[in-house]
Design a protein around this ligand. Sequence first.
Ligand code: ATR
Length: 272
Amino acid sequence: MKNNSKTFALFGNPLEHSLSPLMHNAVFEKMNIDARYMAIRVENVRDILAEIKKSNIHGASITIPHKTAIMEYLDEISSSSFSIGAVNTVTHSNGKLKGDNTDWTGFTLALRESIEIQGKTFAILGAGGAARATIFGILEEGGTPIILNRTIKKGEELAKEFGCEFYPLTEIGEIKGDCLINTTPVGMFPDMEKSPASRDVLQNFRWVMDIIYNPLKTKILKDAEEAGCSTITGVSMFVHQGAEQIKIWTGLQPPIDFMKKTVLEKLKNETS
Ligand code: ATR
């Protein structure tokens, strides 16, 4: 490794199935950036801070379960991260740590490839961290989110915080909108036969999006295709959130199509 090589890392637990190291290392090489990106499994959020300083890590991706806990240890936090209540990107510069959230920008960039968000209604399944980023993104772009969640109290609190409507997940059949978005982990590898919504309610939406990218075509997306909906997989959001991280860390625009191709090839090989 040359002296000017920069080190980047993904911190979380578990990490085994993450495609971030593959995607980031491939794009650094493609962009001729002398850098390496490692996956570091950490159970305690304080270990992230120690590792960033010890190994002089220039940029870090933060994933489950540390996205919220890391916030109190940072020197600066972007206003969107503050509103969402989560940081997925840390930049280490001049001894200071800054937190950003690229989940919401990645989400809106991915959604915009298929839909103009302004003026449309989006039914959001789930009320966790991923839901918060999507709700924030939809509101920023002038759309209307409706929250549907299994646990009523959690959904109601989130709806109050963002000033939007809430319905219990059991009432999904009553909801009509332009697009349904799954932010729950239901249907993710290895529980691929599960779906957070029954097939008969999907026809109430023109588009159905899943933010899960592994598997590429989740059960809800297969059912949605059969119901005649247009579908949006989670790959584009995953790629855009990573591309936004590269922009923050390097100031350069990475090649999105190359990143998408790298991830899709890996996912297709895994499922074939
Ligand atoms: P993340 O940060 O990935 O969003 P999270 O904060 O744990 O993860 O949130 C997961 C969301 O998926 C929650 O809204 C959860 O519903 P509850 O609030 O009822 O726990 C939802 N979820 C998880 N498993 C679910 C399931 N089997 N059916 C319906 N919703 C589920």
